[in-house]
Design a protein around this ligand. Structure first.
Ligand SMILES: [Mg+2]
Length: 216
């Protein structure tokens, strides 16, 4: 699956599940949050998960879903506190740094483009130091729409004026890939196993990367 990097001058990389192991986010949102909600509101685990699931269903793929303040208001639980308490689980995916190092050697403009809330983003950058590899770091919260929306890509493009036909996006979120492709990003790749302890994804529409070195 080698790419002709001479045809690419702009690289967009997602953070969670792409450069960082999604296991951390899984622990925060699917393990610790339901546990705390159950204990606070005297629910059993299934009831707590269902309540979170209902809010997720209504908001998935929107900026609210990625907004720590939205969840705090919805559940009356301090998500920042959970994220900080579990921050020892934040970790890079295998091969991520090697990939970033290799990209840095190329004549590319490197963007980190994430739906992560700015406070969560800052914590992850502080912990992993991946910010040093990028020319630009953008949270979709700055644009006002999640990456799943075409409007995000339009707003992002207005701001940075990149050449879509010489751009690549790597993102573990298949809906984001779909929107980016619709917008005109020429190369779009997914991630086969965003959570190292979770199951592998499959897709008929996108090539899912198992090992970043195969792209180089
Ligand atoms: Mg992601």
């Amino acid at each position: 699956m080698r790419l002709d990097w001479n045809t690419i001058d702009t690289c967009f990389l997602d953070m969670d599940g792409t450069l960082l192991d999604l296991y951390y986010d899984h622990k925060v949102w699917h393990v610790e949050l339901p546990r705390r909600l159950a204990s606070k509101d005297n629910l059993n685990k299934t009831e707590a998960k269902l309540r979170i699931e209902l809010i997720t269903e209504e908001n998935k793929g929107t900026l609210s879903w990625y907004d720590l303040d939205f969840w705090k208001r919805a559940l009356d639980i301090d998500i920042d506190e959970i994220e900080i308490a579990l921050s020892h689980y934040i970790s890079l995916r295998t091969g991520a740094i090697e990939f970033l190092l290799a990209l840095k050697q190329k004549p590319l403009t490197l963007f980190l483009v994430t739906n992560a809330h700015p406070r969560g983003l800052d914590r992850k950058l502080e912990k992993t130091l991946i910010g040093n590899y990028f020319d630009h770091i953008i949270s979709s919260h700055e644009i006002g729409l999640a990456k799943e929306s075409l409007g995000f890509w339009k707003g992002f493009h207005r701001r940075y004026n990149f050449n879509k036909s010489r751009s690549i996006l790597i993102d573990d979120n298949l809906n984001v890939l779909k929107t980016a492709k619709e917008f005109g990003i020429k190369h779009t790749y997914g991630v086969q196993r965003p959570n190292s302890k979770g199951e592998a994804y499959s897709s008929e529409d996108f090539f899912l990367i198992e090992n970043y070195s195969s792209l180089l």
